[in-house]
Design a binder for this molecule. Structure first.
Ligand SMILES: Cc1cc2nc3c(=O)[nH]c(=O)nc-3n(C[C@H](O)[C@H](O)[C@H](O)COP(=O)(O)OP(=O)(O)OC[C@H]3O[C@@H](n4cnc5c(N)ncnc54)[C@H](O)[C@@H]3O)c2cc1C
Length: 446
């Protein structure tokens, strides 16, 4: 009998297994595809391997596909090693929940047949998938789901595709749009509304809109896809209604970059009594479901769908099993968007702060005045700090070079409840991009 069974080997699942094993708990992890989950195999890592070459200029485009494969395989091997190191049994197969009251029983279909795994605790970490949008011909090969798009060689490793339409204007859609455009393809974003990156700060949204225009990425507002038709020349036409009336978009591929939804079917959840809805499995702050000994972490809970959130939720679940006390502070979670330039933020926006009735202070600094940004030739963008009346940092929003690396300090400041003055007075090194954050902080200090 295992102490902990983990269903799903993504960043949530393998982190939970690693921590459980490290703590001396007898642990099994069940994975039906590859360890690393969506993040490693078709999400965060492959996209950033491309990004580092296409936009970051770290490698050459001809080798990009092979490099991505090498990076993914290296990291996959690393996770396998990590599991071994922590005495975790990796079971390759598709798991279905059979029983959750008292003992937890999972049936696993493996290549060798079917086996039953039993344990005292179960952690569900099966992830999410792209929301399926219903329209005629939505399953033809030219229509690509955003959560599988990075592994389509026709998009990234061939000249066959010259034009791409992307449905959605969230993170996946925007990252794909910038990279595919930089590869020389004609890109059209089919937006569900008039918004881009809905959860971002308003100044960032305004700026990204103008950058998208400058880069000649086409956008159509309020586009609702009705059907896709294949043409004789192997292209497709996407038909749909929009604010400007019925429109036809001719392209070679359509990427469905719409929002992600938790996976709540296909593994026996509905007969278990575990509380869930289409928005995800219901959990408390310690990642406990309503059934004792059953936890859910990561995208399947329908919260912030980010790999690092899944990892920290894993820590919360294992700490709870071990009788310790750790919960994720969602108010300081950083998020990154690898556009050009990068976008990163942690904490709340100016609008959210105002909506909460907070006496808001805003400090800004622009990369155009930063020595390192000028030296790098990357001066577009800014840092915006949101603080309350006492100067306590509530949110930091960055658009600019290395925004994703800079946001760590901001997340720590918010997590620790620090004021702009406390962080600004900590000496920042010169000449660095971090001075732009420091300058924005000093603009809040009275
Ligand atoms: C294109 C793209 C880019 C992204 N970029 C970023 C980024 O830059 N940063 C970031 O933080 N997030 C990013 N994400 C989101 C990130 O990938 C997810 O938030 C993260 O992978 C969620 O982790 P998880 O462990 O909850 O689930 P997953 O990573 O989805 O892992 C779930 C695992 O469970 C397995 N599984 C499912 N059902 C079963 C079953 N019945 N039996 C056995 N195994 C099963 C699956 O095969 C999978 O391996 C991106 C996503 C996409 C699609």
């Amino acid at each position: 009998m295992y102490d902990v069974i983990v269903l799903g080997g993504g960043p949530g699942g393998y982190k939970a297994a690693e921590l459980a094993g490290k703590a001396g708990l007898k642990t099994a992890i069940i994975e039906k595809e590859h360890l690393g989950g969506m993040c490693l195999n078709r999400g965060c890592i492959p996209t950033k391997a491309y990004y580092s070459d296409i936009i970051g200029g770290c490698g050459n485009i001809e080798d990009m596909w092979d490099k991505k494969v090498r990076v993914v395989e290296t990291l996959r091997g690393g996770i396998g090693h990590l599991m071994k190191l922590n005495n975790v049994d990796v079971i390759s197969g598709e798991g279905s929940i059979i029983e959750v009251n008292d003992i937890k029983k999972i049936e696993v279909k493996t290549e060798q047949g079917t086996e039953e795994i039993v344990g005292k605790n179960l952690i569900i970490a099966v992830g999410s998938k792209c929301r399926e949008i219903d329209f005629e011909n939505n399953h033809i090969d030219e229509v690509i789901s955003g959560d599988y798009g990075v592994n389509r060689e026709d998009l990234w490793n061939s000249d066959e595709v010259k034009s791409v339409a992307i449905a959605g204007a969230g993170v996946i859609a925007i990252e794909f749009a910038f990279m595919l455009k930089a590869l020389g393809k004609e890109v059209t974003i089919l937006k569900h509304s008039d918004q881009i990156l809905r959860s971002c700060d308003k100044d960032i949204k305004r700026k990204i809109k103008s950058i998208i225009k400058k880069k000649k990425i086409n956008t159509i507002d309020y586009f609702s896809i009705e059907k896709v038709e294949k043409q004789e020349d192997n292209s497709i036409i996407v038909y749909g209604d929009s604010k400007k009336g019925y429109q036809e978009v001719k392209c070679d591929r359509l990427v469905m970059g719409s929002s992600m939804v938790p996976i709540v079917d296909g593994y026996g959840l509905k007969d278990t009594g575990i509380e869930y809805s289409e928005k995800g499995i219901k959990v408390d702050k310690s990642m406990r479901t309503n059934i004792e000994g059953v936890y859910a972490i990561g995208d399947v809970t329908g919260g912030m769908m980010l790999a690092h959130v899944a990892e920290y939720e894993a820590m919360a679940a294992i700490d709870t099993i071990l009788g310790r006390d750790y919960t994720v502070d969602y108010d300081s979670v950083p998020a990154c968007i690898f556009a050009d330039p990068e976008i990163a933020y942690a904490g709340i926006t100016e609008e959210e702060a105002k909506a909460r009735g907070i006496d808001v202070q805003v400090g800004r600094a622009h990369f155009i005045a930063n020595g390192m940004a000028l030296a790098m030739g990357k001066t577009e963008g800014f840092v915006k700090v949101i603080a309350d009346g006492d100067g306590k940092i509530l949110g930091v929003h960055i658009m600019g070079p290395e925004a994703s690396a800079l946001i760590g300090e901001a997340a720590l400041a918010i997590y620790a409840g620090l004021t702009a003055e406390q962080v600004a007075k900590c000496v920042h090194p010169h000449p660095t991009l971090s001075e732009c954050f420091k300058d924005a902080l000093f603009n809040v200090v009275k």
